[in-house]
Design a protein around this ligand. Structure first.
Ligand code: NAD
Length: 294
């Protein structure tokens, strides 16, 4: 299959079905680990009670349940000092039953999330967001790729979208999505352009993309006329509209008429982001077995 194909209507990439397939494959790996007396364990730290974070966390716990991974959530009050978060993190670093640790973002503003995160043991950084993991990603040696861009790559691969030699445009340059996304597309042979808030003519770039990834946080920023006919359009954005509904960064109805593939919001990248955190946790548990003294 080619990267771009005839103009729409686009194939809608089903992230829920894709995540379900990933979970099914993980169940087999979890069962195999039971033979070595290891049950993968994922621990999440949540500070405060941000409603969106609660939903994301609930989805992660549910995915753990579906795959046989043990999960534990460590909730701290919204005014917890950095020392309390660090103490929780360090006890989880030492806990042999815990193979992956997630620090649920955002943290309350009095906490320096980026700094706190660096105390996570690298072998348990299943979100792939510490400086050590992101640095390793630059050289193509990351043990754990960040979950959201990893989910995007998995969706593109499953849909049969070719990346090698194609033009990819990533809109957004954050350290958790845009930048690692660009590196991962580049590592797979795409020629990558990163656009951001200072880009002069966004549409001029997006119209050249065989693969377009939107990770901005602005509802329906990407309109139908900004998309190359037949392109694969992946919508990472999650925006709450005034009526309470969720919308992505892509004008789904207009873009699906033009694109070759498009992801919906909700039901696209979100479920695969969760699935990738579980993949990385199971991988961490497998590594713990491989590294056991004989
Ligand atoms: P961020 O706010 O850190 O970064 C947004 C980026 O968009 C910035 O780099 C900025 O330069 C760029 N930008 C802002 N306005 C722009 C414009 N008009 N034109 C072009 N670029 C512009 O956000 P983030 O953490 O990268 O998240 C982006 C979106 O993805 C948010 O909606 C977030 O909720 C969502 N998200 C979804 C998942 C998921 O699992 N689906 C995971 C992480 C983030």
């Amino acid at each position: 299959m080619s990267a771009s194909r005839g103009a729409g209507p686009a194939t809608v990439i089903d992230g829920v079905a894709a995540a379900r397939e990933v979970h099914a494959r993980l169940r087999a790996r979890v069962a195999a680990l039971a033979g070595s007396n290891v049950r993968p364990g994922l621990a999440a730290i949540m500070v405060g009670d941000n409603p969106a974070s609660k939903i994301y966390l609930r989805n992660k716990v549910r995915a753990c349940d579906e795959t046989g991974v043990r999960s534990e959530v460590h909730g701290l009050p919204a005014d917890a000092p950095a020392s309390a978060v660090l103490a929780t993190l360090e006890s989880l670093n030492r806990d042999a039953q815990v193979h992956g640790i997630l620090l649920q973002l955002p943290l309350p503003p009095h906490l320096d999330a980026e700094r706190i995160m660096q105390n996570l043991a690298p072998e348990k950084d299943v979100d792939g967001l510490t400086w050590a993991s992101l640095g390793a990603l630059v050289t193509g040696r990351a043990a754990y790729e960040p979950c959201t861009p990893a989910g995007v790559i998995a969706l593109l691969e499953r849909a049969g979208v070719v990346l090698d030699g194609r033009d990819a445009v990533v809109v957004g340059r954050s350290a958790i999505v845009g930048k690692p996304m660009a590196l991962m597309l580049m590592a797979r042979g795409a020629t990558v352009t990163i656009c951001h808030s200072r880009t002069r003519d966004l549409a001029d770039h997006t119209r050249r993309a065989d693969v377009l990834v939107a990770a901005v946080g602005r509802a329906r920023l990407i309109t139908g006329d900004m998309v190359k006919p037949g392109a694969a359009v992946i919508d990472v954005g999650i925006n709450r509209l005034p009526d309470g509904k969720l919308a992505g960064d892509v004008d789904f109805e207009a873009v699906r008429k033009v694109a070759g593939w498009v992801t919906p919001v909700p039901g696209g990248v979100g479920p695969m982001t969760v699935a990738m955190a579980i993949v990385n946790t199971v991988r961490a548990a497998e590594r713990s077995v491989e590294l056991r003294p004989a």
